[in-house]
Design a protein around this ligand. Structure first.
Ligand SMILES: [Fe+2]
Ligand SMILES: [Fe+2]
Length: 178
């Protein structure tokens, strides 16, 4: 499997935007933390981290074909497992037709939109993630004009997919990001 440093190099070669790079790093960190909490082995932990890091690889250059461009033309050139590629497919079921089923697929779906949303919440707070409470996130989820481009439906569906109350999922990610 491709080493982490090479993954990051690949990410930087396709994505120049700092906010998008940061989003990818956040999702990778969230996935790694969940993999650890689920006692995955070291290969699986790497897979979860890589799936998080590379899930939006083609978003900047090929937004209309995301993530199908990466799946068809980029990933085959690298030593990435089926598990990683399927997870990336399943983070965008509406575009790929692949729904999240396996654990890595369900967790990637669950971490993606919520990480983005929580980042937006952290920017509104002087201390960022530090001292953030799940309630401050759920309150913003109910505020339709806050981060309006983030799909609330996907966030709630993600928590359902990993069979966690939304507050618990948020609390876990607060600890990861602070
Ligand atoms: Fe995406
Ligand atoms: Fe994403």
């Amino acid at each position: 499997m491709i080493p982490r440093a090479d993954c990051r190099e690949l990410l930087h070669s396709f994505i120049e935007n700092d906010a998008l790079r940061h989003h990818c790093e956040m999702v990778a960190t969230a996935m790694e933390a969940y993999a650890n909490s689920l006692h995955k082995n070291s290969t699986e932990i790497d897979e979860w981290w890589i799936a998080g890091l590379l899930h939006d690889l083609d978003w900047e250059k090929y937004p209309d074909q995301h993530p199908n461009y990466a799946i068809e033309y980029i990933f085959p050139k690298y030593d990435l497992s089926e598990a990683i590629i399927n997870a990336i497919k399943a983070h965008a079921p509406g575009r790929t037709g692949k729904h999240p089923e396996t654990e890595i697929e369900r967790y990637l779906f669950a971490c993606d939109e919520l990480s983005g949303f929580m980042h937006a919440v952290s920017l509104m707070r002087p201390t960022g993630f530090e001292g953030m409470k799940p309630k401050s996130v759920t309150k913003k989820l109910k505020t339709a004009n806050f981060a309006a481009n983030v799909s609330r439906e996907d966030i709630y569906r993600g928590a359902e997919l990993i069979i966690k109350p939304i507050n618990e999922h948020i609390q876990f990610l607060i600890q990861v990001f602070e």
